[in-house]
Design a protein around this ligand. Structure first.
Ligand SMILES: *[C@@H]1O[C@H](CO)[C@@H](O)[C@H](O)[C@H]1NC(C)=O
Ligand SMILES: *[C@@H]1O[C@H](CO)[C@@H](O)[C@H](O)[C@H]1NC(C)=O
Ligand SMILES: *[C@@H]1O[C@H](CO)[C@@H](O)[C@H](O)[C@H]1NC(C)=O
Length: 444
């Protein structure tokens, strides 16, 4: 009975929110102009066979080589017809569209022994999982501009299970491949594609600008290790909208490098909008961190609908990271069932090596979280700053995080300064409003 009435309440709440918020139709997808490609080729013209058995690496490399070298005016569209195209990893090139028809699947081979290695990212100093280089992402773009991956919801399938099992049995030699990575690239659009079973993170734009990701579906089992959905990393002007993500790790996680390497590289993530994302994960819905060493600022996340989560909103960093997390605005988040509603923590994640600087404390300042509504949330919130660098300007308003009937808990806070307005359960004393000296709403 309780469950039933809760879901009716949640449903009516969602229905009201989608019609009553003026900005529910807002979009940032226009930051990268859509270009029509007059020149079109098909993977089958280059020997591609979609029988699920033929290895099509040569076909992909030949088709993309042709696009790169003929340089047709306005770029070229590479069409993938229905069928299952098995292939090794490949590089994209500038001014191209990878177009997956309905029923087209680009599927990664499982030859992990033969997978190409590339250099570690300078802002990480090593692979994220293991020292040394890292396996190249399945689909890779380095130094590109004007690239589109789209179509009629065809699938890019990483067949990640073999990699997850190597992680589980501790037999990995290097850091697992992402499903897609764009590095040092700009004017990227990814839309209307299904990503499934990535070996590691799904979509990783790093050192990029002007990236639009919308109407994508990202799927991986709940127990698949580190299958983050979308990880904008040291990138600016990123727009992520209208997508469904259900994976084994954070749905969207904004990052900017790791400890002394990230501090030295100094490339922030900024001006990132995340809007109308739905999903489920044993980790976080919207995450910032924990790699935050280049700084993270000017982030907006709104209209986020989550179910069966570890944490709804998770801001995470650590000593040794340096950098900052500032001007973060998160609003209109609906959570049905989670261990934590909101968690902001200064003790998350590991270090690349012993050379991190323990005095490099991150600055966390100006985090505004508004209109969060949760049912079946076991712990409403926890905000634990750092003794030598308290988190300041933490502002919570109109937050309702209901526990299930017998696990109603309060907030836990330490080393935090901020305000709260209409927060239930009643937040910790560090966040209690004191006579309206600071208005939360003025910043929204
Ligand atoms: C920030 O991103 C928005 C789109 O989300 C864009 O319209 C705006 O121009 C960007 N701001 C800057 C300073 O580039
Ligand atoms: C793909 O790009 C990577 C990184 O830029 C490079 O190391 C590799 O040689 C390229 N592979 C091919 C087949 O072009
Ligand atoms: C693809 O999937 C998205 C998300 O489910 C949906 O909004 C969109 O209409 C689909 N597009 C096509 C071309 O089928």
């Amino acid at each position: 009975m309780w469950r039933l009435s809760v879901s009716i309440f949640l449903f009516s709440c969602l229905a009201v929110s989608s019609s009553s918020f003026g900005d529910s139709e807002a979009t940032c997808s226009g930051i990268v102009p859509l270009r029509y490609r007059y020149d079109k080729i098909s993977i089958t013209d280059y020997g591609g066979v979609g029988d699920g058995r033929t290895v099509n690496t040569k076909a992909f490399r030949a088709a993309i080589y042709r696009i790169q070298h003929l340089k047709r005016r306005g770029g070229t569209l590479l069409y993938i017809p229905p069928g299952v195209y098995l292939t090794e990893s490949f590089n994209l090139t500038s001014h191209m569209t990878l177009y997956l028809a309905k029923g087209a699947v680009i599927r990664a081979v499982q030859d992990t022994w033969n997978w190409p290695l590339i250099d570690p990212l300078p802002s990480y100093g090593r692979g994220r999982e293991l020292p040394g280089g890292r396996y190249m992402s399945f689909i890779h773009g380095d130094g590109l501009r004007d690239v589109v991956i789209t179509g009629q919801n065809g699938t890019i399938d990483g067949q990640g299970e073999v990699w997850w099992n190597m992680w589980r049995s501790r037999t990995l030699k290097y850091t697992r491949p992402n499903l897609i990575e764009f590095k040092d690239s700009k004017e990227i659009i990814i839309s209307n594609v299904i990503f499934q079973n990535s070996p590691f993170w799904n979509i990783h734009p790093v050192y990029c600008s002007n990236v639009v990701i919308h109407h994508v579906t990202i799927l991986a089992p709940q127990d698949s290790p580190n299958t983050d959905g979308i990880d904008p990393d040291s990138s600016y002007n990123v727009c992520i909208e209208d997508s469904y993500i259900s994976t084994g790790d954070d749905l969207v996680a904004i990052k900017s490098g790791w400890d002394e390497y990230g501090i030295a590289y100094g490339r922030p993530s900024s001006n990132i909008t995340i809007r109308r994302i739905t999903g489920s994960s044993p980790f976080a819905g919207i995450a910032i961190g924990s790699e935050t060493s280049g700084g993270i600022k000017n982030i907006v996340a709104e209209h986020i609908t989550l179910s069966n989560m570890g944490v709804g909103v998770n801001i995470k960093t650590n000593i040794g990271r340096g950098g900052y997390i500032k001007n973060i605005k998160i609003s209109d988040v609906y959570i049905d069932t989670a261990k934590y509603g909101i968690k902001i923590a200064g003790d998350t994640g590991d270090h690349p090596d012993e050379n991190y600087n323990p005095n490099a404390l991150p600055i966390v300042k100006g985090i505004h979280i508004k209109n969060v509504w949760g049912v079946n949330v076991r712990n409403a919130g926890s905000i634990q700053g750092l003794k030598g660098s308290p988190f300041t300007g933490i502002c919570l308003s109109e937050i309702n995080l209901h526990g299930s009937l017998n696990s109603y808990k309060t907030w836990k806070c330490s080393d935090v300064i901020g305000t709260s307005l209409k927060v239930s359960p009643w937040p910790c004393s560090e966040l209690r409003t004191t006579g309206g000296s600071y208005s939360c709403s003025s910043t929204f």
